[in-house]
Ligand binder design. Structure first.
Ligand code: PLP
Length: 471
């Protein structure tokens, strides 16, 4: 397939990029970064001489933010694979990566090289009126990735956040289904932090004092212990809602693996049983893959669950550094409802492309691809810890490269306590869900090895030895 860049080989900008001095400079920088990063090849404690300085930085961060940080994490700016150096000189095994944004781990040469290329571009931020060819290539690559499993998502709008990608998705759905104005979503949903998305997100505290911008009807999730019963219940509930509000629903909103809700996957049968009547009722189907993109057996979780026929609009973000809304031809808006000054940084576009290359090159995908194999290895290790530390840790363990477990009693206090103990041991994971509150890991799929997972399990084992769950 020809690309815009290939057609534009004669521009001055292209000769700059092709100038051998640029290649030499990049090589020198990459070699220098690699030499420094090589020191960060394992967990290490904070440096006592940096302790005061670090406390000062944390206080400044809290003052600027208006609240303390959720945990004492301030990165130093260098890492190595899944290891990250903090500004206190400690090195942590980072299995959360800013909630899944490090597809290739820290200070990855491909990421740095992509960013260096972007640094000499005249346009720091891409947008609707300042677009360059790599932006177009990102959109094309995402459309191709969807199409390779027969999802006819013909168009792609890029954006700077998952929330904006989801806002764009909602706009497309409302635009098509007007005047319908209700949304169907799941219990425990998390869609983002805008005013409209706070209405979908099933956490009252996240919309305290915020007007309810949308009318949302909630469906129960799949209960893996009672799949048939819970599917029947969800379908009955759906039918009841469709009968109560005929023609009023403009969107069915689904995370195929509940992310902030606690890392609970659905299944093909569960979603298909709901999507069929939803499709019959002419309600647009939106899959929110902001957290799940590229973490299952396929680039998209809707492909993993074989739900291609139902995907009308799909959003993604995090690991790609740039967020996106993909949609079918029939959802092309007939009015200028989508437009953004900024669709993403030039470096984000370059890093998105290099990350997508790295994910494919490291065989993340496939029924027995790395993502599924790493999950099995991780889950088997967690199962061993369940027996080694009775009452301290329980499954289920999530799906593919979205790993989670329930600490102790499942209370928020237990999860926070174990998270802090892991942090002190040098392992980064983060809370998700409520009732029970769980801990999750989002290892960088392109570079995580079994050795890294074993190192994480060993650190978790040490943290569990110090953890005394509340009754
Ligand atoms: C499923 C899901 N949707 C949307 C978002 C919002 O993305 P962002 O924080 O980039 O706005 C998130 C973020 O965690 C998410 O997990």
């Amino acid at each position: 397939m020809s690309t815009l860049t290939e057609q534009a080989t004669t521009t001055a900008a292209q000769s700059l990029r092709d100038d051998p001095r640029i290649a030499q400079a990049k090589a020198l920088i990459l070699q220098t970064v690699a030499e420094h990063a090589a020191r960060l090849d394992g967990v290490r404690p904070p440096r006592p001489e940096l302790a005061d300085h670090y406390q000062q930085l944390l206080s400044e961060a809290a003052a600027a933010r208006g609240a303390p940080l959720f945990w004492p994490y301030l990165a130093a700016g260098l890492g190595h694979g899944p290891y990250v150096e903090l500004a206190d000189g400690s090195v942590k095994l980072d299995f959360i990566g800013g909630i899944g944004v490090y597809g290739c781990g820290h200070s990855h040469p491909g990421t740095i090289e992509a960013a260096l290329g972007a640094a000499i571009d005249d346009v720091p931020m891409q947008g609707n009126l300042q677009l360059h060819p790599p932006s177009v290539r990102v959109a094309q690559r995402l459309i191709e990735l969807a199409a390779c499993e027969q999802a006819p998502l013909k168009h792609c709008m890029l954006s700077t956040s998952g929330a904006m990608a989801n806002e764009n998705a909602l706009k497309l759905a409302f635009h098509k289904a007007a005047p319908a104005d209700r949304v169907l979503a799941f219990d425990n949903a998390f869609a983002g932090r805008s005013i409209a998305l706070a209405a979908i997100t099933d956490r009252p505290s996240y919309r305290k004092g915020i007007p309810i911008a949308l009318s949302v009807d909630y469906l129960p999730c799949l209960d893996i212990n009672h799949p048939e019963r819970s599917t029947r219940w969800a379908v009955d509930e759906l039918k009841r809602l469709l009968a109560r509000y005929p023609g009023k629903h403009a969107a069915f909103w689904a995370e195929l693996i509940a992310g902030e809700g606690g890392y609970y996957p659905g299944s093909h049968d569960f979603f298909a049983a709901l999507c069929r009547p939803i499709r019959e009722a002419g309600i647009p189907i939106i899959f929110d893959e902001v957290q799940s993109f590229s973490r299952t057996s396929r680039p998209f979780a809707f492909q993993h669950f074989k739900l291609q026929e139902f995907a009308d609009i799909v959003t993604l973000g995090k690991i790609t550094q740039v967020c996106a809304t993909l949609y079918r031809e029939s959802f092309k808006p007939t009015a200028p409802i989508l437009s953004q000054t900024f669709t993403g940084a030039t470096s984000s576009m370059a890093i998105a492309l290099s990350t997508l290359d790295a994910l494919q090159a490291s065989n993340c995908f496939g029924d027995d691809g790395q993502n599924m194999r790493r999950h099995r290895h991780f889950a088997a290790g967690l199962e061993r810890l369940v027996h080694r530390h009775p009452g301290k840790i329980a499954g289920p363990f999530g799906e593919a490269m979205m790993i989670a477990f329930t600490p102790g009693s499942g209370s928020g206090e237990d999860a926070k306590w174990l998270m802090d103990l892991m942090f002190a041991e040098g392992l980064l994971g983060f809370v998700c869900g409520s009732n029970p509150t769980r801990l999750r890991f989002l290892p960088p799929p392109a570079i995580t090895t079994e050795r890294h997972i074993d190192a994480a399990l060993e650190l978790l084992d040490q943290a569990l030895a110090k953890f005394v769950p509340t009754a």
